[in-house]
Design a protein around this ligand. Structure first.
Ligand code: ISL
Ligand code: CA
Length: 581
């Protein structure tokens, strides 16, 4: 699909057509997708065996989380060999077969690349930590003991929250923004950059169509190592940490160099995971004239409703719809005519979409899933679907720390326990926000372990798999799965839903998210009730006369006193076809 389907744009230079703007991305978390050999861990052959399911959705790009050699301290986000496949995941031949099969089905495949840090088991680091004279020492960031203690930096996955770890042999501390098993690479060293660019070329030459660049906003550090006040560098995640770490002085210089040396030579799509980036900074990354990356995945949307400065703690009462509207509208406004956005409502670092933004009780589970998918697939941004969401999977809500496998949950638990904090409250928060909620095995059918594995799964399967599974959804024409397929088809058949301008309607409405997508005389009005209550859409709600309802997750529309009445989690899309405008 290198040739974009549509030729019409909104007339802005930044809205030029591109295949990746029209694409729908499907994220596969390989560990939890499908196990082919009974060891309880999903693998490449497993993905290959389920390509029909993926292709049946109508998605265009498959993004796989890291499958490189790794001691798996952070499920592959700690790479020990950039050119090797993790044996548990399969072989390079398996990957090549996957690439061929994905391409044969008319889709593209992108890999996740972790180049802010390596594993401490990577050959570079094993050498580096031996002595200061070792040629690889300068591949990482160090603070020598003779200078006293290093200035505080966060280690997000460190039990003490510390980002420096002391290494005896070199009499120095090394920097790790994540766990001590994930030392940060020293991008100041041109040799490091060349090595990494070579890795990128290696996979692109194998046929990979692009990358999701993990934690890429963190690669540049201020190596004068200034003292930064604790209010800026909170130990918690969601204070101002990201804004400091994502503002390294040479970040954009590195991104431009990477573009010049790698991306420019390939028709590859690049997606920067961008923690710490605000809407007003977005174009620094994605303005095509700057030649950096194609898209960023920001965190402002996904973090709505979390308590600032705390570790993934939801605000009492959850997120506010008005806040959500403001964030997405600000991002659209910032990118308008210059760059292009992304939208995602869940991923492997987040709780399940339905549990987070909708309602996972039986009554509203499917309705809210359909409403959320309507949002995801009608915005002016490339949508990312996280595997399992299309069949309505929900949070597992573990009540014992032993059930969690995630390094983040386990380390933060230790941190809170160690500092005499409230672990019970933390366990409750994790039921809502813990990353393992989004990582439980994919529910294929009602056989043992949901058909994910013949062995014992690495993480517990959600007990609701008997009701919620792909096979059951397949057989039910009113299921979330069928709804998602229809929506993807719809997005592709109406150019205004891809490129059309986005205009927020009813900005002050506390419960309804309403907007219009407009382009080439075509107009689609989207109305979404984000609550479990009946709400009324005021009379200025511009449902046009003569419009055709093209999406509705209920069988009809109610009206009272001349107002539309939206049922709990009702989603409506009304199209005013070109002829009637
Ligand atoms: O997941 C987060 C908080 O729960 C984020 O802060 C996350 O750590 C950050 O966005 C970077 O995420 C990426 O790199 C991490 C890895 O653990 C994540 O899975 C990955 O998406 C370290 O490589
Ligand atoms: Ca396996």
């Amino acid at each position: 699909m290198n040739t974009p389907r549509h030729t019409d744009t909104t007339g802005c230079a930044g809205d030029a057509v591109a295949w990746w703007k029209e694409a729908v991305v499907y994220q596969v978390y390989p560990r939890s997708f499908k196990d082919s050999n009974g060891d309880g861990i999903g693998d490449l052959k497993g993905i290959i065996s389920k390509l029909d399911h993926i292709a049946s959705l109508g998605v265009d790009i498959v993004w796989i989380n890291p499958v490189y050699a790794s001691p798996d301290r952070d499920n592959g986000y700690d790479i020990s060999d950039y050119r090797a496949i993790q044996p548990r995941m399969g072989t390079v031949e398996d990957l090549q077969l996957l690439i061929r099969k994905v391409h044969k089905k008319g889709m593209k495949i992108i890999m996740d690349m972790v180049i802010n840090h390596t594993s401490d088991d990577h050959a570079w680091f094993r050498e580096a930590r031996r002595s200061r004279d070792n040629p690889f020492y300068s591949y990482y960031h160090w603070w020598p003991a003779e200078k006293g203690k290093p200035p505080h930096r966060c280690g997000f996955f460190d039990p003490a929250g510390k980002g420096w770890h002391y290494n005896k042999a070199t009499r120095s501390w090394f920097l790790h923004y994540f766990s001590k098993h994930q030392p940060d690479l020293n991008w100041e060293n041109p040799e490091v950059r060349e090595q990494l660019y070579d890795v990128l070329r290696y996979w692109l030459n194998m046929g990979i169509d692009g990358f999701r660049l993990d934690a890429i906003t963190f690669i540049s550090k201020d190596t004068r190592w200034p003292y930064v006040t604790p209010t800026i560098l909170k130990d918690g995640y969601y204070g101002d940490w990201g804004h400091y770490y994502a503002k390294g002085p040479r970040l954009h210089e590195y991104l431009r160099e990477m573009h010049e040396k790698v991306w420019r030579h390939y028709d590859a799509v690049t997606i920067a995971e961008a923690p710490g980036i605000k809407a007003e900074e977005a174009n620094l990354f994605v303005d095509p004239e700057r030649k950096e990356v194609d898209m960023v995945c920001h965190f402002e949307g996904i973090m709505a409703g979390y308590m600032p400065g705390e570790f993934k703690k939801m605000q009492p009462g959850g997120y506010s719809v008005k806040e959500l509207k403001k964030i997405y509208s600000d991002w659209d406004g910032a990118l308008n005519c210059r760059g292009w956005g992304t939208i995602y409502l869940g991923n492997h670092d987040q709780p399940r979409m339905i549990s987070h933004w909708g309602h996972d009780g039986a009554e509203y589970r499917d309705l809210s899933a359909k409403m959320l998918f309507t949002f995801l697939l009608t915005m002016r941004a490339t949508p990312f679907i996280y595997n399992g969401d299309e069949i309505g999977m929900v949070n597992i809500r573990f009540d014992q720390i032993e059930d969690y496998q995630d390094i983040e949950t386990r380390q933060v638990y230790q941190r809170i326990k160690g500092s005499g904090g409230d672990v019970n409250a933390f366990m409750k928060d994790q039921q809502l926000a813990g990353r393992d909620n989004g990582r439980t095995p994919f529910q294929w059918n009602k056989r043992a372990y949901a058909g994910f594995t013949r062995g014992k799964p690495w993480l517990k399967v959600h007990p609701n798999y008997i009701q919620i599974n792909a096979a059951a959804q397949e057989n039910d024409p009113s299921s979330v799965l069928h709804f998602v397929r229809d929506l993807i088809r719809l997005r592709k058949s109406i150019p205004a839903l891809v490129y059309g301008k986005y205009e927020l309607l009813l900005p002050e409405h506390p419960d309804v998210y309403a907007y219009c997508r407009k382009g080439n005389g075509d107009r689609c009005i989207v109305l979404l009730n984000f609550t479990s209550r009946d709400v009324s859409c005021p009379s200025d709600c511009p449902i046009p006369v003569g419009g055709e309802i093209i999406v509705n997750n209920y069988s009809g529309i109610r009206e009272r006193d001349g107002h539309w009445l939206l049922r709990p989690y009702q989603a409506l899309v009304c199209r005013v076809a070109p002829a009637s405008t």
